[in-house]
Design a protein around this ligand. Structure first.
Ligand SMILES: NC(=O)c1ccc[n+]([C@@H]2O[C@H](COP(=O)([O-])OP(=O)(O)OC[C@H]3O[C@@H](n4cnc5c(N)ncnc54)[C@H](OP(=O)(O)O)[C@@H]3O)[C@@H](O)[C@H]2O)c1
Length: 298
């Protein structure tokens, strides 16, 4: 019997890795949800069924959800996340989806200091109240966030982040996709579970700059941006007030040590260590102004 998996966020960091990890697994039919038909071609070339739908618009979702057994529910970081999440859950209910795997966020909860974490708590509630068996992933800070400073690393050897000096157990977003793939292969084993995947090491941004130095073969230093300066810079780039405020929420929390932890969840589920920051830096060296890697893992 074939299990149809609907992958939302199919063009993004985590879901791209998830599709890559599930590709070719026996018994799975992979259906990618996109909102922009212009992005269908690459996914179709990779052999995935592609459907269009907008999570902000519930009326666009019925066909995409029809016949789905497992829903991978990833929504973009946005003030509309609870709306998109509940639209997806409602569509899943109507389509009699059998399992929802939700991509939430670190320490999601109603009383947490990040607006994103509080919105994720609302989506988690929608998922849990759906009557559909569920699994929730609350991944730690993605290493890919450091790509926001890749240009200044490349041009000036400076990693600017608003993260203060406390260590953070960040994870490569691709490993969140790998983790999710393990859950989706055997959803029943993970019903009712909440996982907190992290990277292998809780490390400071100064250590990240050291790793970039060693990978790129030239000096990179970390400059801890004050929150106000980070806020002004991001607003100047035209980013939305919600998004900027969210980055500042996380920056403050992490600077206070809120993210200084790792868990064993990744290794326990997959049987191997999550990628180190050094591996991430090597794989993305070209973005940071270095040579293109010869052995980047997908
Ligand atoms: N960054 C972190 O450190 C971190 C850590 C833990 C958890 N998270 C959570 O992870 C999630 C983001 O994951 P990610 O970084 O892999 O995402 P991402 O790369 O930003 O991709 C977002 C995806 O959502 C799609 N999308 C946007 N609006 C949509 C809509 N209205 N309807 C349907 N699809 C839509 C985008 O499609 P288009 O190609 O059309 O734009 C894209 O495929 C967020 O929930 C965030 O809170 C983030």
């Amino acid at each position: 019997m074939t299990t149809t998996v609907l992958v939302t966020g199919a063009t993004g960091t985590v879901s791209t890795a998830l599709l890559g990890a599930l590709k070719g697994k026996p018994g799975l039919h992979l259906r990618a949800l996109i909102r922009d038909p212009a992005k269908a071609h690459a996914l179709q070339n990779d052999g995935f069924e592609v459907v269009t739908g907008d999570l902000e618009e519930p009326d666009t979702l019925a066909d995409a959800f029809d016949g789905v057994d497992v829903l991978w529910l990833l929504t973009p970081a946005s003030a509309l996340e609870p709306s998109m999440g509940s639209n997806a859950v409602q569509a899943a209910r109507h389509a009699r989806v059998k399992h929802i795997v939700r991509n939430s966020a670190i320490k999601a909860g109603h009383g947490v200091p990040t607006r994103n974490g509080r919105l994720h708590a609302l989506v988690e509630e929608s998922v849990k109240a759906s009557g559909i068996p569920w699994t929730i992933l609350r991944p730690h800070y993605y290493m890919q966030n450091l790509l926001s400073s890749a240009q200044s690393v490349a041009s000036d050897g400076v990693l600017y982040m608003n993260m203060g000096d406390a260590p953070v157990g960040m994870i490569d977003g691709r490993d969140v996709g790998v983790f999710a793939a393990h859950v989706i292969e055997h959803p029943n084993r993970h019903a009712g579970k909440v996982y907190d995947p992290t990277g292998p090491e809780s490390m400071t941004m100064a250590k990240a700059a050291d790793d970039l130095t060693s990978v790129l073969g030239r000096p990179v230093r970390y400059v801890a941006l004050p929150q106000e300066a980070a806020q002004q810079a991001m607003l100047g780039f035209g980013l939305s007030r919600w998004f900027v405020g969210n980055v500042v929420d996380y920056g403050r929390a992490y600077a206070d040590g809120w993210g200084d932890f790792v868990t064993s969840d990744f290794k326990a589920l997959t049987g191997h260590e999550a990628r180190s920051f050094k591996q991430f830096a090597a794989d993305f060296a070209s973005a940071f102004g270095g040579a293109v890697p010869s052995t980047a893992r997908a």
